[in-house]
Design a protein. Structure first.
Length: 204
């Protein structure tokens, strides 16, 4: 009888221990928009501190960090889609593909958002599936306001636009593209973008 009671007590202790473990081991909470931006920027800063010379290999390291949380295609689409009704289907697709490449390359060059020397953060605002992170980026002694606009994608957040010194990236590019297409051909605008990409790729 005593043995049976001891056995039941031992079993109960095991079950209780398992229950306690179950109660305290919960899935890690998804990162907030601010944590996504701040964590990514800290990783990028660490890469640049580690390398005195920024070459193609270093840029690949940076892209490995920023690509997963940056929706270049969404940014390109937001800027270009309103212009597509006046373009052929193939032209619109090519336009977005080339502009997406430009956005990606420019992000790691000189005044690109990934090339700041440090950041300060000034708040996070989440509205449903969208969020805005207000921050300041420092390029040497120059302080630039940099707001990140993010969208929820599943259980994470991705960057879909930037507002730099109160200039909205999507709206600014759309305005420029519209003016170019009023004065030049689509082919001329595309060459302008391709030339800009080539020029940026030569920068260090």
């Amino acid at each position: 009888m005593a043995k049976s009671r001891f056995s039941r007590l031992k079993t109960a202790r095991r079950l209780f221990g398992a229950a306690v473990l179950f109660c305290y081991v919960t899935p890690a909470a998804a990162a907030t928009p601010l944590e996504v931006v701040k964590g990514t920027n800290e990783k990028v800063l660490a890469i640049y501190r580690k390398h005195r010379v920024v070459d193609a290999a270093v840029e690949r390291e940076v892209f490995a960090v920023i690509d997963p949380i940056t929706d270049y295609q969404a940014l390109a689409g937001a800027a270009i889609d309103p212009l597509c009704p006046k373009l052929a289907v193939g032209q619109c697709t090519t336009f977005k593909e080339v502009f997406t490449r430009l956005l990606r390359v420019s992000s790691v060059k000189k005044m690109g958002r990934a090339r700041a020397g440090r950041f300060e953060y000034d708040g996070e605002k989440i509205t449903g599936e969208s969020a805005v992170i207000r921050s300041f980026a420092f390029f040497d002694e120059e302080k630039v306001s940099l707001d990140y606009e993010l969208a929820r994608r599943g259980d994470t957040w991705v960057i879909v636009n930037y507002v730099v010194d109160e200039i909205d990236t999507v709206k600014n590019y759309r305005k420029q593209f519209r003016k170019h297409l009023e004065k030049r051909t689509f082919e001329q605008l595309l060459k302008l973008l391709e030339d800009k990409i080539a020029s940026l790729q030569k920068e260090k």
